[in-house]
Design a protein around this ligand. Structure first.
Ligand code: GRF
Length: 225
């Protein structure tokens, strides 16, 4: 694999804890993820992830959605903030806002999200409890390109986790989260290395081939960079 010539400029959007953000920061610090995190932007001033960014010396900003009456106005303000940094990729890492079509279209093919279920199963909220309620034996997490269809864009990479008999939503969430911290850096690495793109017809392409099914993390164990 050829090394990327220069790190890809990215902006990361968060709303809360920021453990996926931290996993990305760590991968960059370890030299296994060729991105330049230009800024971390939160819609919530109290998001713990902002502190993680500051600790890592990354610029932060808050675009507080409660200060905007209309979703469109919030999205426009957010877009302006993001575009100041000219990112080649926008990374949603626990960003808990539904985005307008104009916003999503603006970042078509250059915005990724991580969602805690094996999409297309369980889009939306409370995925772990819903997987338990449905009696799933296997649950997991997915990285997908963002489209106007909430949690419905083409899925690129997934990790599966077993559901244990005595699992609660919390214990299952913890098992999934551990996988997310491997999964997201891997998918972002593909994008940063220009291996992962969104095709004209809306399908994800990896190394130029249509991903008819998402790749599975266990099957993608490869030396980064
Ligand atoms: C993760 O479970 C992610 O899948 C979902 O939101 C959660 C964010 O967690 N989109 P964190 O803030 O990265 O710790």
């Amino acid at each position: 694999m050829e090394p990327a010539t220069s790190p890809l400029p990215v902006v990361i959007l968060i709303s809360g804890r920021g453990s996926n953000l931290q996993a990305i920061i760590d991968a960059v610090a370890e030299g296994t993820l060729p991105v330049d995190i230009r800024a971390v932007i939160s819609n919530r001033p109290d998001a713990a992830g902002l502190q993680a960014a500051t600790r890592a010396g990354i610029a932060t900003a808050v675009v507080d959605h409660t200060l905007y009456k209309e979703r469109q106005a919030f999205d426009q303000a957010l877009q302006a903030r993001i575009d100041q940094h000219q990112p080649a990729l926008v990374i949603l890492a626990g960003f808990m806002r539904i985005l307008s079509t104009d916003f999503v279209d603006h970042y078509r093919g250059r915005m990724l999200n991580i969602h805690p279920s094996l999409l297309p199963d369980f889009p939306g909220l409370n995925t772990h409890q819903r997987a338990l309620d449905a009696g799933c034996e296997i649950h997991g997490t997915s990285v997908h390109f963002v489209t106007a269809d909430v949690d419905g864009g083409p899925v690129v990479l997934q990790a599966r986790v077993p559901v244990h008999v005595h699992d609660t939503a919390d214990s299952l969430a913890a098992r999934v989260l551990e996988q997310e911290h491997q999964l997201y850096p891997q998918a972002i690495r593909w994008f940063a290395e220009h291996r992962l793109t969104l095709g004209e017809n809306g399908q994800a392409l990896l190394d130029g081939a249509i991903l008819t099914e998402p790749r599975q993390l266990s099957a993608t164990a490869e030396k980064p960079g």
